[in-house]
Design a protein around this ligand. Sequence first.
Ligand SMILES: *[C@@H]1O[C@H](CO)[C@@H](O)[C@H](O)[C@H]1NC(C)=O
Ligand SMILES: *[C@@H]1O[C@H](CO)[C@@H](O)[C@H](O)[C@H]1NC(C)=O
Ligand SMILES: *[C@@H]1O[C@H](CO)[C@@H](O)[C@H](O)[C@H]1NC(C)=O
Length: 356
Amino acid sequence: MLYFVFLSSLTLALWNVQLVITQDIPLADKQIPYDQIPEKVDTDDGPRGIQIGYNRCNSTTEGQSSLCQTAYVNSLDDFCIWGPREPNSTIAEEEGALVAWCTQPGRGTRIIPPNTLQGIQFMRTPDYLQITGRIDQSLINIASNDTGGEEDPHGADGRGNPLGSLVYSNGFASNNGNTNNFQQVIEWHNFLGGNIFCFKICDPAGANAVNFCQHIYDRIGCAYNAPAAYRLGVFEKCLGDNQDFPGVYTGPDGQVSTYFQPPESLGPITSIPYQPRIPASSQCVQFQSEVLYSSADNFFPKPTSTSTSSTATATTSVANPIAIPTSLVNGCTSPAYSLQMFFIIFAIVSGAFLAM
Ligand SMILES: *[C@@H]1O[C@H](CO)[C@@H](O)[C@H](O)[C@H]1NC(C)=O
Ligand SMILES: *[C@@H]1O[C@H](CO)[C@@H](O)[C@H](O)[C@H]1NC(C)=O
Ligand SMILES: *[C@@H]1O[C@H](CO)[C@@H](O)[C@H](O)[C@H]1NC(C)=O
């Protein structure tokens, strides 16, 4: 009898474990219309714990202690990036628990403080919208020397980074210009670190959303996942061609190849066989940052006096510079020394390239 009870509890225990593992719907499979956002999209518990924040955000949650994990990427002056809850945090340690920091009040999130954004480009392409920029990352709680990593709705356990994160947009072509209609973004990636960031959201109506918003290149940063100009002091919106899928490149002989990053167990990445191509862009329109982000300024009672705002005049840039600053790599969990080694090699290669 005792034996039977023991066996039954063991079976029950195993059954429970099985349930815990299988009941979890991957975050990227959760389709949640904007008017049906639950308090928390991730109600599971697991090795990485529970979702630390919430997805239903409102005026009572708004402010610099908000734990809102619903983000938006709409336009040059209306977007969010993921950032840590507490000052001086690293992305590697906090990747599962980041919260939304946004340019505009009104959606229950934290607000990106004045002087954080030091150069922003909003790129509209046929298949995705992409925000890239230079930032003072310490102002959104990222340790100033952190080389950072990647956020995306996947992760080894499928719960996403941050756990339970949701992203919406009213900016896709498939939305037909209806800015009151927020569509859920199924595939996206946001790299942060090294005082730059890139946030790409793929149009769910596009056939290649999974490829353009690929999440397997977490060690090679914005330069390879979101190649762009990353210009300091320039705030612009552009139309652009699609990039190559991250990892896919065309060699000098015209041969198209796919690069796969090596596993971390093999040590630092010391070379990558290609330089990413920055897609052509057109119709860039530049703005002054004071104009773009004034609603954030108003949110902070005493903005600091040192302004790094752009004074750029309205010009049109047809093509982005080819050279990519060596500081543009933000790799996920790579140790700092591997990135330094990578910078050195990259600098040598870039130097040789420029000398030609
Ligand atoms: C505001 O958001 C919080 C956090 O999600 C939630 O608990 C609360 O019910 C919301 N309030 C309203 C009025 O919706
Ligand atoms: C940030 O954290 C690091 C490591 O914990 C510490 O050495 C450093 O003093 C901290 N910096 C600030 C500005 O708090
Ligand atoms: C950042 O600097 C702090 C000391 O200020 C150090 O403890 C920490 O290891 C550094 N982190 C990285 C990623 O280099």
